[in-house]
Design a protein around this ligand. Structure first.
Ligand SMILES: [Fe+2]
Length: 216
């Protein structure tokens, strides 16, 4: 029997599109896959304790303001790799100070804290997935470029351990470290350019480092 042309098109369309009607409706956020922030090395100076004053203001310790270094606001938003905002994610940072010491038994011990720099801190993201730290710009040391270490933890997501660098000064200084350091090959994705602000004569930095976690 000859099928009229119009009917055959309708049959064809029904055959092609019918299976799609069984698919669950996906939101744009579920279709768009963001690239997760690259993992980087933890390094040897992860804090040995999270007791005591470990808030998000590394420049105030025991009520006193630290005056060394270039003050830096370090902030950003934590999302999952489908674009979803992650509130109550735990964001930890640790870093060297402006003298060149970590607050760690294997480095400067408590010397940074004795000078008034907290050295590490953590906070939970707010309802908008935002975190903010008050800190200073770290200096480079032992051939390593300036960097801030991050650990970000959220239930249902792969814990991110990484380092944030500064664009234009993110190269490893020694061949040994370039070859054997095990650092992320995606360093440019971990590098930011802070806005430079002036408060009177003093320079301050506003650094934005947004983070994407991969779902477990
Ligand atoms: Fe480090």
């Amino acid at each position: 029997m000859k099928i009229p042309r119009r009917s055959s098109l309708q049959v064809l369309a029904a055959a092609v599109f019918a299976p799609l009607s069984f698919l669950p409706k996906l939101s744009l956020a579920q279709i768009v896959k963001l690239k997760a922030t690259p993992q980087d090395v933890e390094g040897p100076y992860y804090p040995t304790t999270w007791n005591g004053e470990v808030d998000n203001d590394l420049t105030t310790l025991n009520g006193k303001k630290y005056t060394g270094g270039i003050p830096m606001t370090l902030r950003g938003r934590v999302r999952g790799d489908s674009g979803e905002i992650l509130k109550d994610a735990r964001v930890e940072i640790w870093q060297i100070d402006d003298v060149g010491e970590y607050r760690h038994p294997g480095f400067g011990g408590e010397k940074p804290a004795q000078r008034g720099f907290q050295g590490y801190g953590w906070m939970q993201t707010d309802d908008g997935g935002q975190y903010t730290f008050q800190t200073i710009k770290p200096i480079g040391y032992s051939g390593r470029p300036p960097h801030v270490h991050f650990k970000v933890i959220a239930p249902g997501y792969i814990t991110l351990i990484t380092e944030m660098y500064f664009a234009g000064e993110n190269a490893e200084g020694s061949l040994y470290q370039r070859l054997f350091g095990g650092f992320s090959r995606e360093r440019d994705l971990l590098s930011i350019s802070p806005n430079r602000l002036s408060l009177g004569k003093a320079e301050t930095l506003d650094a934005v480092f947004d983070i994407v976690l991969a779902r477990l």
